[in-house]
Ligand binder design. Structure first.
Ligand SMILES: C[S@@+](CC[C@H](N)C(=O)[O-])C[C@H]1O[C@@H](n2cnc3c(N)ncnc32)[C@H](O)[C@@H]1O
Length: 452
């Protein structure tokens, strides 16, 4: 039988949960509440080392609590902290970075600079992925995942992380699919069409891409949908159709057809132009990415003579932005489309001292014979593959500039780099994702002088 308890929140965990302790000292994870608040909660699951509870009522409110602006906040899995004052969010993120470096990295005396807040606290995202899901009552839903329930998609009316038009486009497509009875994909039966709607826009050029991801084949009313959608939203510059015939429920297709426009958008970053296709990585908060790169390059202080290796280079954003400041850059990336785009981006920007190589970083490093003065590494959330990390260190570059979107894996990798003889005086966190728990950071490792 579930038990009702009164709890004082003592911390906020990085999976979006609040943390409390029972009188007997057992940890309780709650679905809501802010540090310092007292709540009445129902224990819904009891495990040996911790309990899980849902908040029924906030008995004592924190001064840091503010009104969330989104109608979906209480059930959406997108934002964790919209009801927490922004300054407090920044403080928590900085503390988390420091905690990871100390606990996971075992590194003392690393200065964690104050986190740089986002220029825009809302409307900052340049990409969002919305899912279609069959629903026993409504036929289907189109929107985002319900908090804590990955399989449940709620009908999204508004979202404040990207520009306001994203919500209107989602609503329009939902109505169109409903009216025209276009079958929505059934994950169990592997039948139907509509799987995802991905919207991307370029903040500095205002171009807008719609990517409709379906099961294999041409979906019903494809041409008419394109005509009606571009008439309803004249700001759309391109529509692409990606076919994913696999059971894996991901918004990436094996086959792409351009239904309208060029099939890509162009974004400006630090004065350079970048061609972005539906499946290639591009930093999600353009204005903050500019800040992050600027800070990273200020830390690096290039002299103009360096040979630079840019691992996990995506569509070449860092390589191209750093190229004019150094002698030459080699970018390495696993995704073929991204490498094609990176090469085109280098050409568009008349960048002649950069080459891009399609390879797993680990394999590139294993076979590489070239010496590099600087390695820039910007891996996915999982951090660097252990072999890639070891091989990167064995290149003995003078400087390693590590850009990370996950303080935990950064701290794990930093430990090994420091143990191999590098200094890490400080790190700079940058908030790219207000109201969520995500943190981006830049750190410069410098090779220690060998004592005689
Ligand atoms: C965080 S993104 C960085 C992109 C780029 N540095 C930027 O700022 O636009 C990580 C990139 O690593 C790529 N990637 C993932 N695993 C990889 C691997 N094993 N080897 C090379 N690239 C990989 C992804 O495709 C993605 O483009």
């Amino acid at each position: 039988m579930s038990k009702i308890v009164e709890l004082k929140i003592i911390d906020l965990a990085f999976d979006g949960k609040a943390v409390a302790k029972t009188d007997s000292g057992k940890i309780v994870f709650l679905n809501g509440g802010l540090t310092g608040e007292t709540v009445r909660a129902k224990i819904v699951r009891s495990k040996r080392r911790f309990d899980e509870a849902i908040v029924l009522e906030i008995l004592e409110k924190s001064d840091e609590r503010i009104e969330a602006i989104c109608r979906h906040f209480d059930h959406c899995g997108g934002c964790s902290w919209q009801d927490l004052r922004y300054q407090k969010q920044l403080e928590i993120k900085k503390t988390h970075v420091a905690g990871c470096i100390e606990r996971i990295g075992g590194l003392e005396n690393v200065i964690v600079r104050d986190i740089i807040g986002s220029v825009e606290q809302f409307g900052y995202r340049n990409k969002m992925e919305f899912s279609f899901n069959r629903h026993p009552e409504f036929g289907f839903t189109l929107g985002l995942h319900r908090r804590g329930q990955y399989a449940d998609i709620f009908d999204l009316e508004e979202c404040h992380l990207p520009s306001e038009r994203y919500g209107r486009i989602v609503g329009w497509l939902r109505e169109y699919v409903r009216k025209n009875e276009i079958p929505v994909y059934d994950i169990d039966e592997h039948t139907g069409y509509m799987r995802f709607l991905v919207i991307r826009d370029a903040k500095n050029s205002n171009e807008l891409m719609i990517n409709i991801v379906t099961n294999s084949g041409e979906f019903p009313s494809q041409e008419e949908l394109t005509d009606k959608m571009t008439a309803a939203f004249p700001e759309i510059t391109t529509i692409v159709h990606n076919e994913n015939g696999q059971k894996a429920n991901i918004a990436v297709g094996e086959k792409e057809t351009v239904l309208y426009g060029d099939g890509f958008i162009t974004e400006k970053l630090m004065g350079y132009s970048f061609k972005i296709s539906s499946n290639s990585f591009f930093q999600t908060n353009t204005l903050q990415a500019e800040k992050l790169y600027q800070i990273a390059f200020d830390m690096l202080k290039p002299t103009g003579t360096e040979k630079v290796l840019d691992l996990y280079c995506g569509t070449g954003a860092i390589s191209i932005c750093v190229a004019p400041k150094v002698a030459e850059v080699t970018g390495v990336e696993l995704v073929a489309d991204a490498i094609t785009a990176a090469k085109e981006n280098a050409e568009i920007n008349n960048c002649t001292n950069v080459e891009f190589i399609l390879s797993d970083s680990k394999d590139f490093l294993k076979n590489n014979q070239t010496e590099f003065d600087v390695v820039i590494t910007d891996p996915p959330r999982a951090g660097m593959h252990p072999k890639a990390l070891k091989q990167m260190i064995s290149l003995l570059p003078e400087k390693i500039l590590y850009i990370s979107c996950n303080p935990s894996t950064f701290a794990r990798d930093a430990k090994e780099i420091v143990e191999a003889g590098y200094n890490l005086p400080e790190v700079q966190p940058v908030d790219m994702f207000p109201h969520t728990r995500h943190i981006e950071m830049a750190a410069l490792f410098t090779k220690q002088e060998l004592s005689a």
